[in-house]
Design a protein around this ligand. Structure first.
Ligand code: OGA
Ligand code: MN
Length: 298
C-alpha cells in the first residue's frame, strides 16, 4: 500500500510551490500577494493557499497583471463556477461571463451608467440571488488619475463592534433582497418584467456566518428591500442605521487602482462600493470582471 502511495501522481507531478507571502495593506483584512503571474496555470496548492488567505484577508491584491479575458476566466474558474449576470449591454444582450465595467465608450462618450451607479452604494455581489457570490475578481485595464477607488467594509469587524444588546436584537432577523428594490434604492432604471421573473425576491439572514471561518457578519446593502417582520418605518430606520455603521472608517480598506491590478474579494465577509469621486466624462475607468458562485447564506 505504501509503495503505491509513494507513486501518487499528485505528489510527483505537482511539487509544492513556495508558500505565499502576504503583505498587509490595512488592519481591516486587505493584503497584497506579490510574485504570482495569474495568466499562467497555477499549481493547485497555490490556489488552495489563496483560498486560505481569503479567510484572514477577504481583499487580496495582485499587482502588475496582464490577463486576457480567457486567462481571467481560467484563473477565476479555479475558485468555483463562474456566475452569469443580469445586467444588459447597450445592444440588449446579457453580459458575458467575463464582462467589462467601463464608464466611457471608444468615442469617449459616457456609457449607460446604471450598473456603475448601483455600485456606488454599499452592497455584496448578487445578494438578490438565493445563492449569492463567493469571490468577485476585477482586473484594471484603465484607471483614473485620481479618485475612482473601490472601498471595502469588513462585515465581521462591523458585526463585532456592535454592542451586545444590538447584536442580540439583530441575530435571527431576516432581510429581503430584491433586484426591484435595488433599482429603486439606487435610483437606476426600473427592473424590467423579464428581470422580475428571472430574479424574484429572496430572504437571507441579517447576520450571516462565514462557511469557512465560522465568523459572524452583518449582511445588508443596496439590494435589501426590507427587514422581514418589522413595521416599514422600523425596517427603514434599522437599514439606515446599519448602513451608516458599516461606513465607519475603522472597518474600511480603500483600494486606489493602478493599471494591472487584480483585486479579488470574498463577498461573504465584506460590503463594498465604488467611489463616485472623479469626473466621469473626463477619464476612462475600465475593469474586466468575473464572479464566482458562492454558498447559500446561513
Ligand atoms: C463590482 C463592483 C466596484 C467598482 O464589480 O462588483 O462593485 O469600484 N465594483 O467598480
Ligand atoms: Mn459589486
Amino acid at each position: 500500500m505504501n509503495s503505491i502511495r509513494a507513486l501518487d501522481t499528485e505528489e510527483v507531478a505537482d511539487p509544492s510551490p513556495a508558500p505565499l507571502s502576504l503583505t498587509a495593506l490595512s488592519s481591516t483584512g486587505a493584503a497584497e500577494i506579490p510574485g504570482l503571474n495569474l495568466s499562467r496555470s497555477l499549481p493547485s496548492a497555490t490556489i488552495a493557499a489563496i483560498r486560505r488567505a481569503l479567510c484572514d484577508s477577504p481583499v487580496l491584491v495582485f499587482r502588475d497583471q496582464s490577463l486576457s479575458k480567457s486567462q481571467q476566466a481560467a484563473f477565476s474558474a479555479q475558485f468555483g463556477e463562474l456566475e452569469g449576470h443580469i445586467g444588459k449591454l447597450s445592444d440588449g444582450s446579457t453580459f458575458p461571463l467575463v464582462h467589462t465595467l467601463t464608464n466611457l465608450d471608444a468615442e469617449r462618450n459616457v456609457v449607460n451608467m446604471d450598473v456603475a451607479k448601483l455600485n456606488w452604494f454599499w452592497h455584496t455581489d448578487k445578494s438578490y440571488h438565493a445563492v449569492p457570490s463567493f469571490v468577485t475578481i476585477l482586473h484594471a485595464l484603465e484607471v483614473t488619475p485620481e479618485g475612482g477607488e473601490t472601498q471595502f467594509s469588513n462585515a465581521h469587524l462591523a458585526w463585532a463592534a456592535l454592542p451586545p444588546a444590538t447584536q442580540a436584537r439583530l441575530d435571527g432577523l431576516q432581510a429581503v433582497h430584491d433586484w426591484v428594490a435595488s433599482r429603486i434604492n439606487s435610483g437606476t432604471s426600473p427592473a424590467t418584467a423579464a428581470q422580475r421573473r428571472e430574479r424574484p425576491p429572496v430572504t437571507h439572514p441579517l447576520v450571516r456566518t462565514h462557511p469557512e471561518t465560522g465568523r459572524k457578519s452583518l449582511y445588508i446593502g443596496v439590494h435589501v428591500s426590507h427587514v422581514a417582520g418589522l413595521p416599514e418605518s422600523e425596517s427603514k430606520a434599522l437599514i439606515a442605521e446599519l448602513t451608516r455603521h458599516i461606513g465607519k472608517p475603522e472597518f474600511l480598506y480603500t483600494h486606489r487602482w493602478e493599471k494591472g491590478d487584480v483585486v479579488m474579494w470574498d463577498n461573504r465577509a465584506l460590503h463594498h462600493r465604488a467611489l463616485a469621486n472623479y469626473e466621469i466624462a473626463a477619464h476612462p475607468r475600465v475593469l474586466n470582471r468575473t464572479v464566482v458562485v458562492g454558498t447559500r447564506p446561513v
